[in-house]
Design a protein around this ligand. Structure first.
Ligand code: NOJ
Length: 738
């Protein structure tokens, strides 16, 4: 269990700040994560990069700012390649997608749980370890740069790429991304954070114009990037395909130059998403440092940039800045002096064990009527496991956020499954992952004397087709003759698969009907959900327990069984709201049609803020999650310290009978027009034995109490916020302090 890492750093800063500061001290807002603490190394890296640039020819400089699309040709099967300059000791850079593990197309890699699962753990240390473990494999495969830091907010709950992001709250997403970035770069792998910005849907993703007012951008959609960029200094920020307020993100001087490089003092490089650059001089002058091209139209080729310099539309000083940024990042992360060589032996067993612990710590127990869970392995004689290919596989997310090649061998479509008739069956569009230990086997291992029987569409059948009436009846009959029924439902999504039309599991797969029929047949029905998005649960009241397992990765079968049988006490909390109906979500409008050019008209009322401000009761709110034990909160103290910090402290006690971990959350009601009733400003995750109590401190920085002042274009500190401490965004246990 993690300790209070951030508060500890913030407190240390307070001691020196306290003596001087009567006014909010904004330098307390973004304390560096451990691997970014060495500022002197940064200054030295800048000097060294500058010296190198001065020694380079024009052609050598141009070589460093443009990568060809060589997905399959890149050594190691990566997504992009920048050739180094051996005479100056500058190594090649191979980059690769890495949201849920290495995206190498030719090398075996571990499939980790989806990124949204990491967010659901609310565990900063786990997020750091996640970045670290993936980076270890990237280096072993020869990659110096991982593109896995996705953090667009879940404004659109149907968004196709939510599984590779970190939920709907900017502080949760930003913090988790900062720690992941720190873990990645601790292994001498350059971390990219993406997709900057306003890229919250897949619909019309190459041309959509996201229209977002400045205050909403600063307080919501830019904030996760700001937190990660300032705290952990990722080497690279990837600008996105869409336009932002009329201008393409990769040539948008406001978000790149004004905000990222000027306001946040970002020292790294801006790279385009693949094919997202739209011009040469305008993009370069707006802040784009490197193009990743997919052809046929490319803009930062050596010839194009040479011409721009010759005709004066791009200055040599700016070209030098682009190159220096790249070299600086390589030096500071250690890639320059110790480039990855590849070809190393990967410890797949250790990585598999790690993926299991991530899956276990991220699962969210949504319902547990009459303590249906945990199951007592010894007392069950007949267990039905139904649906979701639980006899063979788990679902993963599609597109570049997926891992291409599981350890089990070549990814010959559907993770090695034999869905013979399915067309286009691949990691990209149909991402079932065959497991060594699927859910059925893992359950059998924990209930050795029980007869475990599977029903539902099996390995031999098309993965996403609808259950037939006959299959549903067979499943119900099996459930009726069993002590307990575990139904697995799955919601596929991913890049290019597109946004979901609905959060419902009814169409086209008929999964709601399956759950209803099983629940009617057996009062002890447990639903396990594999999804990267919220799902609708019209059957919520008919079943006795529900576990959200996300896309749980290659050890997902064992992790799910461990949670069901209580070997692991669930401690995840939802990073996204689960609504009752599609119509309740902030982006549904009148008919759920996606806007080609989305207007973020709900402004700050996004995610749980929408439900709170509109008085809509969700199915399960942001921050919600049950445990096999219970936690009591008491003794709130709100201490306002010099410098504008608030030290919120309180007791959390495990007053149940088993050990468990709780995520106490601190929200603020900021007394300012347009602010939502509550916004998350901090949290901790504490592991407690039965009867054990802990005093938790959450430090609230001045920025967390501020709003974006559109008149003066700056942050404005707002005194007098009310403090709420809760077990979720709605389960408020303590409040006070204004
Ligand atoms: C496009 C995706 O949007 C981006 O996330 C990914 O890193 C690149 N393709 C490279 O695969």
């Amino acid at each position: 269990m993690q300790k209070k890492l951030w508060p500890a750093v913030a407190l240390a800063a307070t001691v020196s700040a306290a003596a001087h500061a009567e006014i909010p001290n904004l330098s307390l807002d973004f304390p560096p994560t451990p691997s970014t603490l060495n500022v002197f190394a940064s200054a030295a890296a800048h000097r060294r990069a500058e010296t190198l640039v001065n020694k380079m020819t024009l052609d050598e400089k141009l070589q460093l700012i443009h990568s060809e699309y060589q997905m399959s040709a890149v050594p190691g099967g990566g997504g992009g390649y920048i050739q180094g300059v051996p005479r100056l000791g500058i190594p090649d850079i191979n980059m690769v997608d890495s949201a849920t593990g290495s995206g190498s197309t030719v090398q075996p890699s571990t499939t980790f749980p989806a990124t949204i699962a990491v967010a659901a753990s609310w565990d900063r240390r786990l997020s750091s370890d996640f970045g670290k473990q993936i980076a270890i494999q990237l280096r072993q495969q020869g990659f110096a740069m991982g593109l896995g830091g996705g953090t667009n907010l879940a404004r659109e709950p149907r968004g196709g790429r939510l599984f590779e992001y970190l939920g709907e709250d900017p502080v949760l997403a930003g913090e988790m991304l900062a720690w992941r970035t720190d873990g990645t770069q601790s292994q001498k792998v350059i971390a990219t954070i993406k997709h900057y910005m306003g890229n919250e849907q897949e619909h019309n993703r190459n041309g959509g114009n996201s229209q977002i007012d400045e205050r909403t951008m600063r307080e919501l959609y830019l904030l996760p990037f700001e937190i990660a960029a300032r705290r952990a200094q990722p080497g690279s920020v990837m600008c996105s395909y869409n336009r932002v307020n009329g201008t393409y993100a990769c040539e948008n001087s406001h978000i790149l130059n004004d905000v990222l490089k000027n306001d946040w003092q970002f020292q790294g490089q801006v790279q385009s998403d693949w094919g997202a650059a739209q011009s040469t001089a305008p993009a370069i002058n707006a802040g784009l440092d490197e193009e990743e091209d997919v052809g046929p139209t490319v803009y930062l080729t050596p010839d194009a940039v040479k011409q721009a310099i010759a005709n004066g539309s791009v200055s040599t000083a700016r070209l030098n800045d682009m190159v220096e940024r790249k070299l600086y990042v390589m030096i500071r992360t250690g890639v320059m002096d110790d480039p990855p060589k590849g070809g190393a032996t990967i410890d797949f067993a250790a990585a598999n064990a790690f993926t299991q612990s991530v899956a276990e710590q991220s699962m969210v127990l949504l319902k547990n009527a009459n303590n249906q869970l945990p199951l007592a392995g010894g007392s069950l004689s007949r267990i039905a496991v139904i649906g979701g290919h639980a006899d063979a596989a788990v679902l993963t997310g599609g597109g570049s956020g997926n891992t291409r090649d599981p350890v089990t061998g070549s990814f010959a479509g559907c993770g090695g499954l034999t869905f013979g008739t399915e067309t286009g069956c691949s990691w990209w569009t149909n991402p079932w992952l065959k497991l060594n230990v699927p859910i059925v086997s893992a359950i059998q291992a924990l209930a050795p004397q029980a007869k475990v029987t599977f029903a539902g569409n099996s390995d031999q059948q098309s993965p996403f087709r609808a259950y037939t009436q006959q299959e549903i009846s067979q499943a119900a009959t099996l459930a009726a003759n069993s002590d307990v029924a575990v139904v697995v439902v799955a919601q596929p999504a991913g890049e290019d698969i597109g946004d979901l039309t609905s959060l419902s599991l009814a169409n086209p797969s008929n999964q709601d009907a399956l759950v209803e029929a099983v629940a009617q047949a057996n009062p002890h029905t447990i639903v396990v959900v594999e999804s990267g998005n919220p799902v609708l649960m019209p059957w919520k009241d008919s079943v006795s327990a529900i576990v959200e397992a996300w896309y749980p990765g290659e050890a997902g079968g064992k992790a799910i069984a461990d949670v069901l049988f209580g070997k692991v006490n669930p401690s995840g909390k939802l990073p996204v709201t689960f609504p009752v109906r599609d119509q309740d979500t902030p982006t549904w409008g009148t008919n759920g049609a996606f806007a080609a050019d989305p207007v973020y008209s709900e402004k700050l009322d996004m995610g749980y803020r929408w439900y709170d401000s509109q008085n809509i009761t969700p199915m399960f709110e942001f921050g919600y999650g049950l445990s096999y034990t219970h936690f009591a909160y008491s003794g709130l103290s709100v201490a306002r310290l010099p410098g504008g910090l608030i030290d919120v402290s309180f007791n959390v006690r495990n007053d149940g009978r088993v050990a468990g971990a709780e995520v106490p959350q601190v929200y603020l009601g900021v007394p300012y027009q347009g602010e939502p009733p509550r916004r998350l400003v901090g949290w901790d995750k504490v592991g407690l034995n039965p009867g054990e109590s802990r005093r938790v401190h959450v430090m609230v920085t001045p920025r967390m109490q501020s709003v974006w002042d559109t008149t003066n274009n700056r942050w404005q500190y707002v005194p007098g916020s009310r403090v709420y401490v809760g077990a979720s965004s709605r389960d408020i246990r303590l409040q006070g302090g204004n």
